[in-house]
Ligand binder design. Structure first.
Ligand code: ADP
Ligand code: MG
Ligand code: ZN
Length: 619
C-alpha cells in the first residue's frame, strides 16, 4: 500500500492537505524534516503515515501524557497498533508494553522524553530497528519558547546511542526564527528540509466585542450555542471562579480549570470536557497544552490575553477539525491594567540580571501594546494577526467582526487636532481621561482643580460623543501620533509624529463603523455557526440538523462503550459530511471524509442504521 492507500484505509481521507504530502515524501526518502504548521493543520499524519510505510519502529516523542493518550487512542480506533510508554503506566503495564514492543507489535510508539535514556528503554531501542524518531511539539527544546522542557534535551543523547541513526523529524506550531533555529541545532538535524505553511486558519471567525456587560454578552452567546463545545478563557483564577459560578447559577453545564485546583480536580474537569460530558470549560491559560479535542466550536476570551502569541494559541484550540468555529475576545479597558500588573509582578525571570529583566519587561510591554491594538483596530482582524507573525493577508477576509462591519472613511482631523493640541498645551502632564474630558468640556472637580477649564481646547469638541473622541485618541496611538506611558499614571505624550497632525493641511482619515449598522454585526450577533459552510454541495436543512443531533448522540454512546473521547470516534466534520451524503450502502458510507475501512467495520452499520431509520421516519 502507498501513502494514499493508508490515508484512505486508516484515516478515511481522500486528499492530503497543503504540506502534508511533501513532508511525508521527504521523510520516506530518509531525510531529516521539520514541519512548522499551525494547530489543527494535521501534523500527526505527517509522521504517522511514513511510520506505517517504513520498515521498523517509529518513536514519537511527546511532552504530555494526555497528548500521547489521545493520539494512541486515535490510532487504535483507526486500526493501527500503537502504544505509549510514560509514567501513567504501572511497572507491570510498562514491562508488558515494552515486551510487545520487542516482539514488533507496534509500528508506532509514543515515548516520554525522560524515558528515552533509561536502561530498559535503551536496551529495547538498541536491539530493535528504529526507523524514525519523530519529535512532536518540538519547540519544547527551545528556551525561547514558552514551553521549554529540559527533558527534550535527552533526545539527541538518545539518538547518539542507537547503532544506526534513524530519520529525525520535528513538528511544531511555533513560528519564530529563534525557535526554528534551536530545533535544528539542538536536535542536530542533518540538512533538514524545513517546510512552513501559512498560519492562517480560514475556518476560524475572529471577533472583538467591547462593552461593559461582558458577562451578559457571553451569556447571550452561550444561549445561542447550546450543546456546542467551547472554552472560555479568563485572565485570573479569581475570574474563573466568578464566571464559572455565575454560569452554573444561570443553569449552564460548565466546569473549570486553573492552576490553583488540586491535580485530581483538574484531571477530572479536563476529562469531563474532553469526553463531552460537560460542553463548557472556564479556565486560565493553564488549560490547553495537550488538548487535542477537535470539536471545540468556540473559544471566548473574557478579558484580553497578554500578547498575540498567547491569544492565537488559545483561540486556535477552536475548530481543529477544520469546521467553522468562532474566536471572540470580550475586551474591557481594565484588561490592560490587569496585564500590566502581571508583567510588573512577573516572577519567572528571577534568574536573570537586572538589565536582562528590563529588556524582557520592555518586550512584554510592547507585545501587550500590540495585543491592545488588536482590540481597537478597524482593519481586518485576521490580517492584523497574520501581519504580526510576518505574513501578508488580503486585507479583507470576510470572516471577522471587522470585515462584517460596514465601515466608512471618516475625516477626524478636527478631533485629532484638538487632542494633540490639548496634550501639547497642557505640557504632556495628564492621562487620557483628563484630556478627553477637557476637549469634551466636562465640568468636573478634577478638571477645575487642574485648571483645564482654562485650556484653549476646553470644550472645543462639546458636540462630539465621548466614545468617538476616545476612538480617535486610540487611532492616534495606534498610528504613533500620540503615546501613553506604561506606568500607573498612563500619561499622554507627544511623539515625533505629533507635529504632522497640527500642520495646517494635515488630514487624518479613519475607518469608522457606519452608524446604522453599528449595533448589527459585532461578534455575538453573527448567529449560529452554520454547519453547511464547509461543504458546498448542499445546505443544512432543519431535518439535517436533527439528523446531526441523532448521529452526535450515537457517537457519544459509542465513545462511552469504547472509553474514548467522542471526537476520536468520528470528528464533527465527518458527522456533518454524513448528514449531507446520507449514505445508504457501505460504498456510499466509505465516501464520507473520515470514514476509513477499520472504522467502517467497527461502527459503519450502526451509523447506516441510524441514518436509514431517520430517513424512514422523515418519509
Ligand atoms: P496538529 O497536530 O497539526 O495540530 P492534528 O494532527 O491533531 O493537527 O490534526 C487535526 C485534525 O485534522 C485531526 O482531526 C485530523 O484527523 C485532521 N486531518 C489531518 N489531515 C487531514 C486530511 N488530509 N484531510 C482531512 N482531515 C485531516
Ligand atoms: Mg499535534
Ligand atoms: Zn477580516
Amino acid at each position: 500500500m502507498d501513502k494514499f492507500g493508508i490515508l484512505k484505509k486508516y484515516f478515511g481521507y481522500d486528499t492530503f492537505r497543503n504540506a502534508q504530502e511533501n513532508l511525508i515524501d521527504h521523510i520516506l526518502e530518509g531525510k531529516d524534516t521539520v514541519g512548522i504548521m499551525p494547530t489543527g493543520a494535521g501534523k500527526s499524519l505527517c509522521y504517522q503515515i511514513p511510520a506505517l510505510l517504513m520498515n521498523g519502529i517509529t518513536l514519537v516523542i511527546s511532552p504530555l501524557i494526555s497528548l500521547m493518550k489521545d493520539q494512541v487512542g486515535s490510532l487504535n480506533q483507526a486500526g493501527i497498533h500503537a502504544a505509549f510508554l510514560n509514567s501513567s503506566l504501572t511497572v507491570n503495564q510498562y514491562y508488558k508494553a515494552l515486551n510487545f514492543a520487542r516482539q514488533g507489535r507496534y509500528p508506532i510508539i509514543y515515548v516520554a522524553p525522560e524515558r528515552l535514556v533509561t536502561e530498559e528503554f535503551l536496551d529495547f531501542a538498541i536491539n530493535s530497528k528504529i526507523s524514525m524518531v519523530a519529535v512532536d511539539e518540538a519547540h519544547c527544546v527551545s528556551q525561547w519558547g514558552q514551553d521549554f522542557r529540559p527533558s527534550y534535551l535527552k533526545i539527541v543523547e538518545f539518538i547518539k546511542k542507537l547503532p544506526k541513526r534513524p530519520v529525525v523529524s520535528a513538528f511544531t506550531a511555533t513560528a519564530t526564527k529563534e525557535v526554528r533555529d534551536d530545533i535544528i541545532d539542538i536536535l542536530q538535524l542533518e540538512n533538514p528540509m524545513v517546510m512552513t505553511t501559512g498560519f492562517d486558519r480560514s475556518n476560524l471567525y475572529f471577533g472583538v466585542v467591547a462593552g461593559k456587560d461582558r458577562y451578559g454578552a457571553i451569556k447571550n452567546y452561550l444561549e445561542t450555542h447550546q450543546k456546542d463545545s467551547g472554552i472560555i478563557y479568563c485572565l485570573t483564577r479569581k475570574q474563573v471562579e466568578e464566571i464559572c459560578g455565575r454560569l452554573i447559577k444561570d443553569g449552564f453545564l460548565v466546569t473549570r480549570y486553573h492552576a490553583g485546583l488540586s491535580d485530581e480536580e483538574r484531571r477530572k474537569n479536563q476529562d469531563d470536557f474532553i469526553y463531552d460530558r460537560v460542553p463548557l470549560i472556564v479556565c486560565t491559560s493553564a488549560f490547553g497544552m495537550g488538548i487535542d479535542k477537535s470539536n471545540v466550536r468556540f473559544v471566548l476570551h473574557y478579558g484580553m490575553p497578554k500578547n498575540i502569541e498567547s491569544y492565537y494559541q488559545e483561540a486556535g484550540r477552536a475548530g481543529r477539525d477544520g469546521e467553522p468555529a468562532e474566536c471572540i475576545l470580550y475586551y474591557s479597558s481594565k484588561d490592560v491594567i490587569t496585564n500590566q500588573l502581571l508583567i510588573d509582578n512577573n516572577q519567572d525571570n528571577q534568574d536573570f540580571d537586572a538589565a536582562t529583566r528590563l529588556i524582557i519587561k520592555e518586550r512584554d510591554q510592547e507585545r501587550l501594546r500590540k495585543m491592545t491594538f488588536y482590540c481597537f483596530t478597524n482593519e481586518c482582524l485576521r490580517d492584523y494577526i497574520l501581519k504580526y507573525f510576518g505574513e501578508y493577508g488580503s486585507n479583507y477576509c470576510g470572516n471577522c467582526s471587522n470585515c462584517f462591519t460596514q465601515f466608512e472613511k471618516t475625516d477626524v482631523t478636527e478631533i485629532a487636532k484638538a487632542l494633540v493640541g490639548c496634550v501639547e498645551s497642557s505640557r504632556q502632564r495628564y492621562g487620557t481621561t483628563v484630556i478627553i474630558d477637557t476637549v469634551h468640556g466636562a465640568n468636573t472637580a478634577k478638571i477645575k482643580s487642574y485648571r483645564m477649564d482654562g485650556n484653549p481646547y476646553y470644550g472645543t469638541l462639546r458636540q462630539m460623543p465621548v466614545y468617538r473622541i476616545r476612538q480617535v485618541l486610540n487611532h492616534l496611538r495606534l498610528n504613533g501620533y500620540l503615546f501613553v506611558t506604561e506606568d500607573d499614571y498612563g500619561i499622554v505624550k507627544l511623539t515625533e509624529q505629533s507635529g504632522h497632525v497640527m500642520k495646517e493641511d494635515s488630514q487624518i482619515i479613519m475607518k469608522l463603523a457606519k452608524e446604522s449598522s453599528k449595533q448589527g454585526k459585532k461578534g455575538q450577533d453573527k448567529g449560529k455557526t452554520s454547519k453547511k459552510d464547509s461543504f458546498q454541495e448542499g445546505t443544512f436543512t432543519e431535518k439535517e440538523e436533527s439528523l446531526f443531533e441523532k448521529l452526535r448522540a450515537l457517537r457519544l454512546e459509542i465513545a462511552r462503550e469504547e472509553k474514548v473521547p467522542p471526537y476520536i470516534v468520528f470528528s464533527d466534520k465527518t458527522l456533518t459530511h454524513m448528514c449531507l451524503v446520507k449514505p445508504k450502502t457501505k460504498e456510499e458510507m466509505m465516501t464520507v471524509s473520515g470514514v476509513g475501512q477499520f472504522k467502517f467495520e467497527k461502527y459503519g452499520d450502526r451509523f447506516l442504521a441510524c441514518i436509514s431509520s431517520f430517513s424512514l421516519g422523515n418519509g
